[in-house]
Structure formats: structure tokens, C-alpha cells
Design a binder for this molecule. Structure first.
Ligand code: PRX
Length: 657
């Protein structure tokens, strides 16, 4: 981490906003002043200005029982009404909400009036299928308009969605569906990925197969299936229903009921430091307020003129807040793309920017680095002159990628906002404000107006400028997680036990002399691969579930393109010696095993068969040493190992590969 800090300390490039940008920007200095003077008053103003309440709130924050916050608790609203009907009522029904592009090139342009209609029909279908306020609905869909329609239809009913990323396996679906006791799953036959149909419903079917010991069968009563891929699927009569038979036939009349601000809106599972993913719970009023506020100010959205595009999948928090809720609450026009950036050619994203005249573009550093590797010639083939603002999210963006992004995609003028936040924070917390902040390549910079963060020593004292520490959030914020589904103790323990009165984010950070924040990556056993969070423990437990494996240790090793890559060390069972003589074959088998069990994103880049693992005297695996090995560094201090010769044995095993 020290080398990284030194490297960042030498970054001196600065970029002032242009006067033209400043003149039209939504944000200005007064936001900071207002928030500073009266933080809760500031948030109340945002909530009143950006959101339509059915019953206005009088209480802004109830923090009587920390860490359980209640924002705007006596107010009521309907989240879907805020994202849809009110724009139609305001005369903007003809505005395009979604320019959708399927991977094979089929397209749909959906106006706010049409989207509202479709959500009302879908809400009626869900009601017919028994969904009531508070019920959990799982959504396992490709990036098609029905994904957004489904989320909003669930929200409209005051029910709770749990979106499961389409790349996750049947086991991952089962774990999530069981944990939340979902009663309905919305899926598709398949979706397009890299020129092929990638099946989805078979994974749902497998997840719902009776296993005797699991309660899934009892909770899921219906599966609503969108026809997208046209692939062959199995059908369970009585349980399965085609979207195209039910939704178009349903009534488009649906009155939005108002629910309390603290009504649960969604659960989104994310990897933590222990095996099972945590169901992060978000509620309605505070979440929507911060989603709309950040989307408007950080992306400088002018809904009448901008075409916005966030490339995230709705299966991740970025897709929840900056594809579904933020943009739609603000009445913005956005692009939604089904496929991968390189299908059918590596310039697909840039072609879409030209085609739809995208003005605000939000993506992840891993995608920027991948494009950089392919060379500027590819984006240069498209006219990117519509771009006026760029965003980055998911991991620290290295200054070189930042500079490339600005020059090649942003035409040397577009401000870049490097946005730090998490599934748990619900919305952006640290970012430059375009038109206000002088930007620094590689730094997420400043907490947004209304947000209070500190970089702390382990003992809780703030670090002096120029040094590193742990990132903490010191005041509650409207879109904060309200808990871990069904596990209040784990919520307290995970986030609120490191520091007495602050939320610990799990990230290391440095403050520079100006007080700007530079993120340094996770300090716990969470890896960040292509901006996706993976838990070392979850992959380790997948590996030991394989009959060959006796023990395993997983680390995130630095990777030029993906930020980090999964590297696993495994000890094989002696009883399996004959079957496992060929280590290359073992490694290939284990990689596909992890991919099947969790999903392709968790597939290890390298698997090393070793004879030992480095452990402390108390039996804790010293991943730091394995990381040294995986990254080709000299192995660090081994004095706390129970057996100090172990690293030599492991190094020899790795070198022998
Ligand atoms: O380590 C931080 C990193 O991503 C983690 C959160 O992951 P997730 O909940 O999946 O949400 C990702 C998208 C919001 C953080 O703990 N991270 C996210 N954004 C940044 C970042 N690290 C550095 N700079 C960022 N801009």
C-alpha cells in the first residue's frame, strides 16, 4: 500500500471546469455552504424538491436507535409514481425514457407514457399472481426493458425486489431466494451475450428443484417468464407464466398506493468477508432522495437535453441507483444496452454513443482499461462529440486510465467524476461536483454536500493529511442501508463495531494536503474484480466443496485489466492422489467448478496446487503472503507463521507450475 500511496502523491495534474460548463451546471458552491450550515435541513430540501410525497414528512432523521436510521419516517410516497406517472402528469409523457438496444441490434424507444403503462400492467399481473406489499420478488433477467419494468412494478405494489445478476448460478439464485423467502421469480428464457443466447430460466428451474432440506419450494409459487432468447426451456404448468401472454392482456389502470418512507424497497446481495452473501436492505424515501440528488448533481443531468448512459447491469447496485431509480426519478432519457462491449465488434459502445448522441457516460475503470489496451483507433472510429461528462465507479481509477478516458472519450474537455460508494451506501458519497471541483486524476476527492466522511487510524483518531487510514462515514445519510436482511446483529457487527460512532466502509484511503480522498482498495477479505465484489471466503468454500480439495486459500492479486484477479491455492486430498496427478487438469476442473457454483465472474484466473498453506499459530491463513507470491513479489515478513519454512515449500510449488 505504501508504494501506491507514494505513486499517488506524485500526481499533480489538475483540471479546472470550463466556464461554459460552470455556466450551465446544476451544482454550485452554495450546495456545500447550505449543507454545512444545516445538514438535515439540506436533506429535507432535497427530499421536498426532488421527490413527490403523498403525505409530506415532518421528521427528517430519527437516529434514536443507532445504527438503525429512519429518514423522513412520517412521510408517504410511491416510488414508482415518482419515477413514472408524475412525469407524464407534468406533460413529459412523450419524452423517451429508454433507448434500448439489444445485442443483436434490435431496438426499442420507450417513452415515459409507455413505460408507465407497461409498469401498471405488470403491477396488475403481479397482483393477480398474489404479490402484496412487503412480499419479496426475485428478478433474474438480462438487460432488457422488462428488467426495469419489473423492478418498478414490484416497487409500485410496496413489495420488495431482490435482483439477482444474470451471471449468477442456480446455487446463488437458490441461496438468495431462500434467504429472502421470495414468492415469485421474474426471469427470461435467455438473453444475448457475446453473439449467443445465454440461457437463464434453466438456472431458475434448477434453483427451484426440490432438495428436501431447503424451503425454496414452499415459498416460490409463480415464475413469470419473458421471452427473449427463443431458446428451448422446460415449463412447469401452473407455476410458470409467459410475460407476453399476461402483461399485454392486463389492465393499464393502476392507482399507486402510498407507502411509508421506510417501507423496504429492495434487497441486494453482496459479498462480505464471510461465506454467505449479505442481503443489503434499502428503503424508499431516503434512498430515492439521495439517488435523485446525486444523479442530478454529480452527472449534471438536464433531463430535457441530456442522453445519459450508465453501462452497469441492473443486477448490481450501480444499475439499481443509476439505471433504474436515479435517472427515472429525474425524468431523464437514457440508453440501455443488453450485451457486452465487444459484441459484435470492440467498438460497440462507442458506436452506441454516436448513434444515440450520449452526453453523459458512466462506466467502470476495468472497461476503460480494456478499451485502452485495444487502442484509441477503435473509439476514434465513432463520433463521440456529444459527450460532455464522464463518470467512473467500482474501483480506484488509476491516473493513466483517467487521462485516457478524458482525452480519447471526453474530447479533452469533459469533466470526469470518480464516484466512490458501495451497495451499502445506496448512492454516491464521495465525488467531484462537475462545474465546481477542480479535478485530480485518480482521486475521488470530496464527500458530497450532506455527507460526512473521515479517514481514521485504527484507534479512531483522524489521520493527518498525507497519510493513509480507514475510510469511515461519520453521520447517517438518507440512502444508507437499513440493515442486513434478517440479521440485525451481523449488521451491527460488520459495519458499526470498528469505530464507536461511525460506519466503517472496509476501504483504505489517504487524505492529501488539500483534504482530498484517494481510495486505496479494500482492507478486508473482499476482492474487487472488474468492479465486482467477491468474497475470498465464498470462493474458498466453493473450492472445498469439490471432492478433490482438502483446503484452500483465495487472494485478490493485482491485474492490469480487471483491477484484481482471483488467485487460489489449494491442497488436494491425499485420498484423491490418483485422480489428481495432472495438476493442470485439476486446475481447469476447479476453475469451472467455481464458475458453476457461483458464476463466471468468480472463476479464478490461477489455481496453484500446493502442499501447505501459510498459517499463524492460531490457524489463521496469512493471505498477505500468498498475495505477495501471486503478484510475483518477494514474500514479506513471515515471522508470525506457525512454521516459517512453509512459504519456501509453497514458493517451490508455484515455481514448478
Ligand atoms: O472498495 C470500494 C470499491 O467498491 C466497493 C463497493 O463495491 P460494491 O458494493 O459492489 O459497489 C460498487 C459500485 C458502487 C467499495 O468498498 N469502489 C467503488 N467505487 C470506487 C471504489 N473504489 C475506489 N474508487 C471508487 N470510485
Amino acid at each position: 500500500m505504501n508504494a501506491q500511496i507514494d505513486n499517488l502523491l506524485t500526481e499533480t495534474r489538475r483540471f479546472e471546469p470550463t466556464p461554459e460548463f460552470v455556466a450551465q451546471a446544476n451544482a454550485d458552491e452554495t450546495l456545500y455552504a447550505r449543507a454545512q450550515a444545516d445538514r438535515l435541513g439540506f436533506w429535507a430540501d432535497q427530499a421536498r424538491e426532488l421527490i413527490s410525497w403523498q403525505r409530506p414528512f415532518t421528521s427528517v432523521l430519527n437516529w434514536e436507535n443507532p445504527p438503525f436510521a429512519k429518514w423522513f419516517e412520517d412521510g408517504t410516497l410511491n416510488v414508482a409514481y415518482n419515477c413514472l406517472d408524475r412525469h407524464v402528469e407534468a406533460g413529459n409523457g412523450d419524452r423517451i425514457a429508454l433507448y434500448w438496444e439489444g445485442e443483436p441490434g434490435d431496438t426499442r424507444a420507450i417513452s415515459y407514457a409507455e413505460l408507465t403503462d407497461e409498469v401498471k400492467r405488470a403491477a396488475n399481473v403481479l397482483t393477480d399472481l398474489g404479490v402484496r406489499a412487503g412480499d419479496r420478488v426475485a428478478i433474474y433477467l438480462p438487460m432488457i426493458p422488462e428488467a426495469i419494468v419489473s423492478m418498478l412494478a414490484v416497487a409500485r405494489l410496496g413489495a420488495v425486489h431482490s435482483v439477482i445478476f444474470g451471471g449468477f448460478s442456480a446455487d446463488s439464485i437458490r441461496a438468495r431466494v431462500d434467504d429472502a423467502a421470495a414468492t415469485l421469480i421474474i426471469t427470461a428464457d435467455g438473453g444475448y451475450r457475446k453473439g449467443k443466447v445465454s440461457p437463464l430460466k434453466p438456472a431458475v428451474d434448477a434453483a427451484l428443484e426440490a432438495r428436501g432440506d431447503l424451503p425454496t419450494q414452499q415459498t416460490v409459487r409463480n415464475v413469470l417468464v419473458v421471452g427473449r432468447g427463443g431458446n428451448q426451456i422446460e415449463w412447469t404448468e401452473g407455476r410458470d407464466h409467459w410475460w407476453h401472454e399476461r402483461v399485454p392482456a392486463a389492465s393499464s389502470v393502476h392507482e399507486p398506493e402510498a407507502f411509508p418512507a421506510e417501507n423496504p424497497l429492495f434487497i441486494l446481495y453482496t459479498s462480505g468477508t464471510t461465506g454467505a452473501p449479505k442481503g443489503i436492505l434499502h428503503t424508499s424515501g431516503g434512498y430515492l432522495t439521495q439517488a435523485a440528488y446525486t444523479h442530478r448533481n454529480v452527472f449534471d443531468i438536464h433531463p430535457e437535453t441530456d442522453v445519459y448512459w450508465c453501462t452497469a447491469d441492473v443486477g448490481w447496485i450501480t444499475g439499481h441507483t443509476y439505471v433504474t431509480y436515479g435517472p427515472l426519478a429525474n425524468g431523464a432519457t437514457q440508453v440501455l444496452y443488453e450485451g457486452t462491449p465487444d459484441s459484435p465488434n470492440p467498438g460497440r459502445w462507442w458506436e452506441l454513443i454516436e448513434k444515440y448522441r450520449v452526453s453523459v457516460f458512466y462506466t467502470a475503470p476495468t472497461a476503460i482499461r480494456a478499451a485502452m489496451k485495444l487502442g484509441r483507433k477503435i473509439p476514434k472510429r465513432s463520433d463521440l462529440s456529444s459527450i460532455r461528462l464522464l463518470g467512473s465507479v467500482g474501483e480506484p481509477i488509476n491516473p493513466e486510465a483517467w487521462m485516457w478516458y478524458r482525452k480519447v472519450i471526453g474530447g479533452k474537455t469533459a469533466p470526469i467524476v470518480d464516484t466512490w460508494w458501495q451497495t451499502e451506501t445506496g448512492a454516491i458519497m464521495i465525488s467531484a461536483l462537475p462545474g465546481v471541483t477542480v479535478t485530480k486524476p485518480g482521486s475521488a476527492q470530496v464527500p458530497l454536500p450532506g455527507i460526512e466522511v473521515s479517514v481514521l487510524e485504527e484507534n479512531g483518531t483522524p489521520v493527518p493529511p498525507g497519510s493513509g487510514g480507514l475510510l469511515a462515514i461519520t453521520e447517517p445519510w438518507p440512502s444508507m442501508l437499513r440493515g442486513i436482511w434478517g440479521d440485525p446483529d451481523r449488521f451491527r457487527e460488520t459495519y458499526w463495531s470498528t469505530f464507536p460512532n461511525a460506519y466503517f466502509a472496509g476501504d483504505g484511503a489517504r487524505l492529501d494536503a488539500d483534504g482530498d480522498v484517494w481510495l486505496l482498495g479494500r482492507v478486508d477479505d473482499v476482492m474487487n474484480v472488474s468492479g465486482h465484489r467477491l468474497s475470498t471466503a465464498e470462493i474458498e468454500s466453493a473450492l472445498v466443496a469439490h471432492p478433490f480439495v482438502a483446503e484452500s486459500a483465495v487472494v485478490g492479486a493485482t491485474d492490469e485489466t480487471t483491477g484484481q484477479a482471483v488467485v487460489a491455492f489449494v491442497i488436494l486430498k491425499e485420498s484423491q492422489a490418483e485422480e489428481t496427478a495432472d495438476h493442470a487438469a485439476v486446475s481447469a476442473a476447479l476453475k469451472s467448478h467455481v464458475s458453476t457454483l457461483i458464476g463466471p465472474i468468480a472463476r479464478p484466473r490461477d489455481i496453484f496446487v500446493v502442499a501447505e498453506l501459510p498459517k499463524t499459530r492460531s490457524g489463521k491463513i496469512m493471505r498477505r503472503l500468498l498475495r505477495d507470491l501471486a503478484e510475483g513479489r518477494e514474500v514479506g515478513d513471515t515471522t508470525t507463521l506457525a512454521d516459517t519454512t512453509v512459504m519456501r515449500i509453497i514458493s517451490a510449488d508455484v515455481a514448478a507450475r
